[in-house]
Design a binder for this molecule. Structure first.
Ligand code: ARG
Length: 473
């Protein structure tokens, strides 16, 4: 008979059992479910709702169930629908009918909300840690490439030269915001819904704050209806995960482009590339492509969750069981991508000469010629027009700006003197962008230093919060 079978006159249709069960995926929550139950049973005895000895028997039984599940020795069955009822059933098998006292003053509705929050807390820490590792790999590449110049692009047209270090650091700051979003969401995730019961609270004299403290929550959800129906913390996570995926995907696209023969700016390490089953010469950036591709499923889970929640009346509805697979898959997808990303970035070979050659063979120093004329008091708009003429002349004569003779330059403006050749050299062009946040070498060094501080701060957050999670019963 089902744990809730009392008011039923016949068994559930087999298809209903199969359709409504969540055990195939929510068994991932076993560890958290038992953590929550241990705190709950301790509170029940402290509040004299059950006896101390019953509580001890139940707690020991729960620990035995946890070891069995962990060892793969427990049978988790669809007959018991979900992880909550499977654990309860295993507990009763373990300790007898006293196990039936565990669910006093509690519902699966507050229980599942609790499990989701406990799970997500850990995920926030793990994903932040992996993001920091990606930042560290990018930072390392930046440090090694403070003299590497490549074309910077707008519209995928060569625009102005930048340092490769500058380009790497752009992603460091994107991932920094991603980490900050995750760590900021902690305060909304880390609240205890337990004690909300099915929806209205419970008639037992429970102590919600005691349970919350035991599980290292920052407090309790203030409203029981909200506590059991809120999944906006899941949506928030999926949204933050979507931004992470988007940032990863943009970097992936650059890696794919840069490793093509057309760009030839980097070579990914053999250990992070794959071959073709037919074309022996091929070396493909499959990892970058797949990370880019998996962005689709992460966005999909965000849209799925938002759509599932839309229009749901308070409080719990079975629809909400759909909160799990998307969240689990998103966590696994991010973990997989980020774990590969750090070593892939760290081992990639940066082709400095090829990058430099690309800068030398384009007109990305044209702005500097205009700025030079502005320095000689020509209004910028006029300088822009003059340089446009110079560029057109150069293109027609199959030359780059640095190939022009001084006489040729002076045909366009008598203001141009022979120091122009120093001004238009790629490194000079880069170092001229000596503004806070600019691509001049010393400004990029400032970014490296700033990022080191931010990374240390994240590592500090990760450590204290990992201790919080590990410290719980
Ligand atoms: N398996 C359910 C879920 O994941 C647990 C809560 C079920 N509650 C209920 N009243 N049927 O949402």
């Amino acid at each position: 008979m089902k744990l809730w079978g009392g008011r039923f006159t016949k068994p559930t249709n087999q298809l209903v059992d199969e359709y409504t069960a969540s055990i195939s995926f929510d068994q991932k929550l076993a560890k958290y479910d038992i953590q929550g139950s241990l705190a709950h049973v301790d509170m029940l005895s402290k509040c004299r709702i059950i006896s101390e000895s019953d509580a001890k028997t139940i707690a020991n039984g729960l620990r035995a169930v946890a070891s069995k599940i962990e060892a793969g020795d427990a049978v988790l069955s669809e007959d018991n629908e979900d992880i909550h009822m499977n654990v309860e059933k295993l507990l009763i098998d373990e300790v007898g009918t006293v196990g039936g006292k565990l669910h006093t003053g509690r519902s699966r509705n507050d229980q599942v909300a609790l499990d989701m929050r406990l799970y997500l807390r850990e995920a926030l820490i793990t994903i932040s840690q992996l993001l920091v590792e990606v930042q560290q790999a990018l930072h390392k590449q930046a440090k090694a490439n403070l003299d590497t110049v490549l074309p910077g692009y707008t519209h995928l047209q060569r625009a102005q030269p930048v340092l490769f270090a500058h380009h790497m650091m752009a992603y460091v700051f994107m991932f920094q915001r991603d980490i900050e979003r995750l760590t900021d969401s902690w305060k909304r995730v880390n609240k205890s819904p337990l004690g909300a019961g099915a929806l209205a609270g419970t008639s037992f004299p429970i102590d919600r704050h005691y349970v919350a403290e035991k599980l290292h929550f920052d407090g309790i959800c203030e409203n029981s209806l909200d506590a059991v129906s809120d999944r906006d913390f899941v949506v928030e996570f999926l949204s933050n995960a979507s931004l992470i995926s988007m940032h990863l995907s943009r970097l992936c696209e650059e890696l794919v482009q840069w490793s093509s023969a057309e760009f030839n700016f980097i070579e990914l390490d053999d250990a992070f590339s794959t071959g073709s089953s037919m074309m022996p010469q091929k070396k493909n950036p499959d990892v970058a492509e797949l990370v880019r591709g998996k962005t689709g499923r992460v966005y999909g889970h965000l849209m799925g969750m938002l759509t599932t929640l839309k229009g749901l009346p308070l409080a719990y509805n079975k629809d909400m069981q759909e909160d799990k697979e998307g969240m689990f898959d998103t966590v696994e997808t991010l973990k997989g991508a980020l774990a590969l990303f750090a070593p892939m970035i760290e081992t990639m070979q940066v082709k400095k000469e090829e990058m430099y050659a690309a800068v030398a063979k384009d007109y990305s120093n044209a702005t500097d010629l205009a700025d030079y004329l502005v320095g000689k008091d020509l209004p910028f708009r006029e300088a822009h027009a003059v340089v446009g003429q110079v560029v057109l002349y150069s293109i027609q004569h199959n030359m780059y700006l640095l190939d022009l003779s001084l006489e040729e330059f002076q045909q366009f403006s008598p203001l141009i003197e022979k120091d122009i050749y120093d001004v238009l050299a790629p490194k000079a062009v880069v170092n001229a962008r000596n503004v806070a946040g600019g691509t001049a070498k010393n400004r990029v060094e400032d970014q490296l230093t700033a990022a080191e501080g931010l990374i240390q701060k994240s590592l500090g957050w990760i450590q204290t919060h990992a201790e919080i999670v590990e410290g719980q019963s």
